[in-house]
Every structure is written in structure tokens, then in C-alpha cells.
Design a protein around this ligand. Structure first.
Ligand code: AMP
Length: 433
């Protein structure tokens, strides 16, 4: 093999390998279509931003001490000497685009969604890739916890409508930066005497990003952290009220949740609400999506005071979750409605097929044929493999009489139709869902 994919990437194919059904284009599109449709139902409009951004956008917004910025960005200097990054996440580019295009100049609410590729130089494994896709939303212009509830409800509705039955919503509040600073100090004070017994990762995080010590899976760290103070103890009245209002709204919507005080997420920009949705049976990579509020981010990026919040859901994780549950999930229809089968190989027949196909396609009917001179049996096999609903069989006799044989592949019924009436005949037949 002269060329191979770079490590921890994947290809999505019209016919997925049997071992990896999640790599099917129809499944990807089915999932994306559901997300788009749902975003629309909730009043979110699509935004598309470039894959490349100035590296500094992420250094400033995500935080220098985070894993993503300190070791995972795909960076390169372009021919003009600019340091660029392939975007590692979707929020900062949306903030940049809104500022640059003047969306924040007016007090309006902006509710946006995107489906985009992120790049992180991570140690790959099942469910963790160096390019991954997130389906996300960002909502700007309100601190109302009803908006937090809406954003979370959108994510949870997506999982329900996908058919993923067991998800757990974890929520936490990170309060304001000042409250967090106070908590950070308290956490350091608590951990310091135990530090020698903790993992190297914890010791490193202690120095650069202490909150992330909470986000550990190492048993000995978890033991040490058992009696540690929690951020919730350090929230002022206003932050507490916001968090409680959110919980009440989730309750009113019938969305169950657990409060997870160890949930800090990997970015520095979050304030108040943070959340994560975990699936079951996914092993270590069980986070299907997550997000939160970032009321200071727009200012941090050089814009006006503009509250906001959002989430990102990992497409790969959701597809893998469905696969591990043995559920197909929504699939985009890529099957032809009609397949023209040629009973003969004369140039006249060939030309008649070319014209018939074009007529069907112009009328909006997905139609196909063979071009490899296959015999009829093998043409029919191809039609079957592609999942065509109808065969349109055309031979010399039919051509002479100006007719085709139209065969319904599910009922096996066959009837004779005038070539000039094929479109009407197909349109009046019941269509596959
Ligand atoms: P994050 O942007 O880190 O908050 O991640 C949001 C969601 O994106 C996660 O819950 C995962 O579903 C997904 N995700 C993050 N990183 C990866 C990755 N390297 N590979 C696949 N999915 C990912």
C-alpha cells in the first residue's frame, strides 16, 4: 500500500466495512439530518466557519494550560508567516466569526448551530480520533437559565430521537471566575499535604490547572480527593440561584440529571453551568457530548460583554453508541428508486436507456443502471445490492412497442407501462419511507 491514512483517522464509505458499520455514509448523513432538523425545531440557524484559524484564537480562549492548547493543536506556519491552527473545537471560531461579522453589535439574541470537524493530536483509541466531528450549538445574548435549559433539552432530545436509550446528564456549576479562583486556592490547600502520594498527572495539574485534578480516573487520586471541598460550597448567592433555577427547569421538563461536582471540563472559558452527557457501554470514551456557559469568552476574545453558552456532541461517539447497542439509527436514503435493466446490448437500446434515465432524473427520481455490459441476471443483482425499489426492464421488443416492464421489487408484481408514462407510473406508486 503506497499511501495510508494518518494515524487515528478513518474513512466514511458508502458501503461500510462489515466490522465497522458506523463508517457508513448513510448513517452519518442520517444522524446529521436529525441534528439539523432538531436545531431548526429549537430555533437555531446554521453557521459555518473555516477549518483554519489563527492559533492565538485558541490559546487565548481555551487557555494555555489546557491539554488541548499545550499539546494537542495541529499547528503550522503558512507561507505568509502566520501561525495557524486546524480548529480543535467549535466555539471560539463561532465567537470570532460573530465578532468579525458584526453580530454582537446589536443586543439581539443569536442562536446558532454547526456541524464541523475538529482536530486534536490525541493518543487515539476507539472513540477518540485526531479528527472528529462535532454537532454543536452556541446561543449568545442572555443569562436566563431558561436558555441553559433549552440548550440542554436540545441535546437530550437528540439522544432520545436517535434511539440511544441510556444516557446520563451530569451538571455542575463553575460559578464566576472570582468564585472559581477562591475555590482553586482552597483545593490547592486541601491537596497540598497529600500531593506526594498522588499521580504525576495530579501533581502537574496541581501546578498549572488545579481544577482539572478533579477530572481524574486514577484510583489513588480519587481516594485523596474524597473529602476535598467542592466548587458548589464556594458559589455566591447569585450563582447558586442560577444553578437552582436550572435544576428546577430541567425538573419541569422531566429531564433527569445528576450533580457531578468533579465535572470541570477541559476549557478555561466556562462559567456557571457546565454539563456532559454520558452513554452506557462505551468504555472509557463514554462522553457523548458536553458544553456549558461562557459568559466571559466574547470579552476574552476582544469583543463586548456578551453572555453565551453551547455544547458539542461527538458524531463518532453517537454512531459507536448506536452500534454497540445493535441499533441502526436514522439512515439517509441513498437507494435508487428505479434501476434500468437492459435486455440486450444494441446501441439503440443503450441510447434509449440513456434517455429514459435522464428523463427520470430530471423529474427528480433517483435512478441508475449498469455500464459494464453485465447480463440481465447480474444487472438485477446489482439493482438488489443497491436496494432499488423498481426495475425498468427494456429490451428490443419493448423498445419497438414503446413500452417498459416495470417490476416492483418488494411485491414482485410486474406490469407493462408506456415509456412516455413511466414517470407518472412511478410517481403514483407507494414510495418507501
Ligand atoms: P469537548 O469539545 O472536548 O468538550 O468534546 C465534546 C464531545 O466531542 C465529547 O463529548 C465527545 O463526544 C467528542 N470528542 C471530543 N474529542 C474527541 C475525539 N478526539 N474523538 C472523538 N470524539 C471526540
Amino acid at each position: 500500500m503506497p499511501y495510508q491514512r494518518l494515524p487515528y483517522l478513518y474513512d466514511v464509505l458508502p458501503d461500510a466495512p462489515p466490522r465497522d458499520p458506523w463508517l457508513s455514509t448513510a448513517r452519518w448523513r442520517g444522524m446529521e439530518n436529525l441534528f439539523r432538523e432538531l436545531a431548526r425545531r429549537f430555533g437555531y440557524r446554521e453557521i459555518r466557519t473555516p477549518i483554519l484559524e489563527p492559533a492565538e484564537l485558541f490559546t487565548r480562549s481555551i487557555g494555555e494550560a489546557t491539554d488541548i492548547v499545550s499539546k494537542e493543536m495541529f499547528l503550522f506556519t503558512d507561507r505568509g508567516g502566520r501561525l495557524n491552527a486546524l480548529k480543535p473545537e467549535g466555539t471560539a471560531p463561532v465567537v470570532r466569526a460573530c465578532m468579525e461579522n458584526g453580530l454582537f453589535g446589536e443586543p439581539a439574541l443569536h442562536k446558532l448551530y454547526y456541524i464541523g470537524q475538529n482536530f486534536r493530536y490525541e493518543r487515539g483509541q476507539k472513540g477518540r480520533y485526531r479528527q472528529h466531528q462535532q454537532m454543536g450549538v452556541e446561543a449568545f445574548g442572555s443569562t436566563d437559565p431558561a436558555l441553559d435549559a433549552e440548550v440542554i433539552a436540545l441535546a437530550m432530545t437528540f439522544f432520545t430521537e436517535l434511539g440511544i436509550p441510556e444516557t446520563t446528564l451530569h451538571i455542575n456549576s463553575l460559578g464566576t471566575p472570582a468564585e472559581r479562583a477562591e475555590f482553586r486556592q482552597a483545593l490547592r490547600d486541601y491537596v497540598k499535604p497529600h500531593l506526594a502520594a498522588m499521580s504525576e498527572e495530579a501533581r502537574m495539574r496541581f501546578e498549572v490547572n488545579p481544577l482539572r485534578m478533579l477530572d481524574t480516573k486514577a484510583e489513588r487520586d480519587l481516594q485523596m480527593l474524597e473529602g476535598a471541598p467542592t466548587l458548589l460550597d464556594y458559589l455566591g448567592a447569585e450563582s447558586r440561584n442560577l444553578f437552582e433555577a436550572l435544576q428546577q427547569m430541567l425538573g419541569a421538563l422531566g429531564i433527569p440529571f445528576v450533580i457531578n461536582t468533579a465535572l470541570v471540563r477541559g476549557f478555561d472559558y466556562y462559567t456557571h453551568t457546565v454539563f456532559e452527557i454520558k452513554g452506557s457501554g462505551l468504555g472509557a470514551q463514554d462522553a457523548l457530548g458536553g458544553g456549558g456557559r461562557y459568559d466571559g469568552l466574547v470579552q476574552e476574545c476582544g469583543g463586548p460583554a456578551m453572555p453565551g453558552l453551547g455544547f458539542g456532541i461527538g458524531t463518532e461517539r453517537c454512531l459507536l453508541a448506536l452500534e454497540s447497542l445493535g441499533i441502526r439509527g436514522p439512515e439517509a436514503d441513498e437507494k435508487p428508486v428505479a434501476f434500468v435493466v437492459l435486455a440486450g446490448s444494441t446501441p439503440e437500446l443503450n441510447q434509449a436507456a440513456v434517455q429514459l434515465l435522464m428523463k427520470l432524473r430530471r423529474a427528480g427520481i433517483a435512478a441508475d443502471r449498469d455500464y459494464q455490459g453485465k447480463n440481465m441476471r447480474r444487472q438485477m443483482k446489482r439493482a438488489d445490492d443497491l436496494g432499488a425499489q423498481y426495475l425498468l426492464i427494456l429490451g428490443e421488443d419493448e423498445l419497438a412497442a414503446g413500452i417498459v416492464q416495470m417490476k416492483n421489487q418488494s411485491s414482485r408484481e410486474q406490469k407493462t407501462v408506456a415509456i412516455g408514462e413511466v414517470i407518472e407510473a412511478l410517481m403514483s406508486e407507494p414510495r418507501r419511507e
